[in-house]
Design a protein around this ligand. Structure first.
Ligand SMILES: Cc1cc2nc3c(=O)[nH]c(=O)nc-3n(C[C@H](O)[C@H](O)[C@H](O)COP(=O)(O)OP(=O)(O)OC[C@H]3O[C@@H](n4cnc5c(N)ncnc54)[C@H](O)[C@@H]3O)c2cc1C
Ligand code: SF4
Ligand code: SF4
Ligand code: SF4
Length: 397
């Protein structure tokens, strides 16, 4: 029977809760707001399935060939703007639903909780656009995916590498009609932090949030902002340096304990496709970057390559050198996020005193940060931001 004595050994993938034949495992939030399995011992029959399925205890089979790499940009400009990078998942979703398939991904529900859900049309798949830098609640999605696969439906499932590993372990066999897509992942903050942040913003704007985008391309792809739109018509837009939610995500102070020792890293994956940010698309492809965002896509399997072929009419696609792409943009492919020395205190402060206290204690902003934020619109309009970024990248490569 699964027993989480060490939180660095559970990624919250829900595979155990989905496989339990007695339905006696529920996922419950701890003080930090991360979900962990809890067994109802009265109902448990000690079958051991929950331990067998756990991807942190038993790894899944990974591809053994060097992945092929492509830089991709979706050719629907409206949807591209809403996507985190090049909109690869939107293009893939389109290809899947056009074949009568079902697409799974992370979306906001009506309370702005991040949950895994599915869609069967291009329009409905729009909810998956954009990275939500908070752990998604998978619910009983693995069980539902299995039902879809068993009834022959082409099913595409995307998530963090640990979520894909959990799904693969749960399914216990290869399905020809399953496409899996993972992301290069720098770890996930807790849903509790996300909700404390939203509550704070809603109080400040005296209105409910109706739209959220962690990486809105306000000043182009290379300089995105957190954007919130409120029911009263007001808009909040601040860069990742200033915005507390993005700052806490990027600084590494707010991640799930397992993320600092993530066992799901590496170039070889158990997914068909892997997506990540193509910051250096210009250097990798040789074409002029339009600053609208490129996704770097790793192809691990024949199935993955077939899906890429099926997306071709919706994308601009450039094969790129795998080693160079990993060198320029793939730092998180193999590396864990560095543990922040104040990580544990951060969540204690959040629990005891709330997010305003976290801001006071852990968000150290200088006059320079605020000054850059104020002059950013001018720098963007004059083209100066793009020039500085380009010079920096040239120096880097
Ligand atoms: C928590 C997290 C950490 C990441 N860390 C890195 C990183 O360090 N380096 C890097 O290069 N890229 C990282 N990414 C990936 C990057 O943010 C983009 O998702 C990627 O470039 C694909 O962009 P796109 O425009 O092609 O996808 P989009 O069209 O924007 O599609 C977004 C995809 O991400 C999935 N998704 C969104 N939020 C979540 C979530 N909370 N949990 C699971 N799946 C989600 C959606 O289901 C969809 O499949 C991370 C993504 C997440 C969610
Ligand atoms: S040992 Fe079997 S019955 Fe008990 S919690 Fe695990 S899966 Fe459920
Ligand atoms: S199966 Fe997933 S949720 Fe269950 S204990 Fe293992 S890592 Fe945690
Ligand atoms: S860093 Fe690893 S453990 Fe954490 S969410 Fe990403 S894949 Fe899962």
């Amino acid at each position: 029977m699964i027993n989480i004595a060490d939180k660095t050994k559970c990624c919250g993938c829900t595979a155990c809760a989905n496989i339990c034949p007695k339905y006696c495992i529920s996922m419950q939030a701890d003080k930090e707001g991360f979900l962990y399995p809890k067994v109802d011992i009265e109902k448990c029959v000690n079958c051991g399935l929950c331990e067998k399925v756990c991807p942190t205890l038993h790894t899944t089979k990974k591809s053994s060939v060097e992945p092929k790499m492509y830089a991709i940009q979706f050719n629907n400009s409206k949807q591209l703007k809403e996507s985190a990078s090049g909109g690869a998942y939107s293009a893939l979703s389109k290809a899947i639903v056009n074949q009568g398939g079902m697409v799974w991904g992370a979306a906001y529900d009506e309370n702005f909780d991040v949950i895994h859900t599915y869609a069967d049309s291009d329009e409905k798949c729009k909810k998956f656009q954009g990275s939500k830098y908070v752990q998604s609640n998978l619910g009983m999605s693995f069980t539902q995916v299995k039902e879809m696969l068993d009834s022959g439906i082409l099913t595409c499932y995307s998530g963090t590498p640990c979520q894909i590993a959990g799904l693969k372990n749960f399914l216990r066999k290869d399905y020809d009609n399953l496409i899996t897509v993972d992301l290069v992942c720098a770890g996930v903050p807790s849903p509790k932090l996300w909700h404390s942040y939203l509550d704070m913003q809603q109080e400040q704007f005296n209105s409910k949030v109706k739209y959220a985008n962690f990486r809105y391309k306000t000043y182009g792809y290379q300089c995105s902002t957190m954007r919130l739109e409120f029911e009263n018509g007001k808009v909040y837009s601040q860069s990742g340096r200033i915005d507390p939610m993005m700052n806490f995500f990027v600084s590494g102070i707010a991640k799930r304990p397992v993320c600092y020792d993530c066992p799901f890293k590496g170039e070889n994956r158990n997914s068909d496709l892997t997506l990540f940010d193509g910051w250096h698309a210009e250097q990798l492809t040789g074409i002029k970057d339009n600053d609208k965002g490129f996704t770097l896509l790793m192809v691990h399997t024949f199935k993955g390559k077939k899906m890429l072929d099926g997306m071709q009419s919706y994308i601009d696609c450039y094969p790129v050198d795998t080693r160079k792409a990993l060198l320029y943009d793939g730092v998180m492919v193999n590396n864990q996020p560095k543990k922040h020395e104040k990580r544990n205190i951060f969540y204690e402060v959040l629990d005891e005193s709330g997010i305003e206290a976290c801001k006071r204690e852990f968000l150290h902003l200088t006059f320079k940060d605020y000054f850059l934020e104020i002059i950013k619109p001018v720098l963007y309009k004059s083209g100066a931001i793009r020039i500085v970024k380009r010079i920096k990248k040239r120096l880097h490569s």
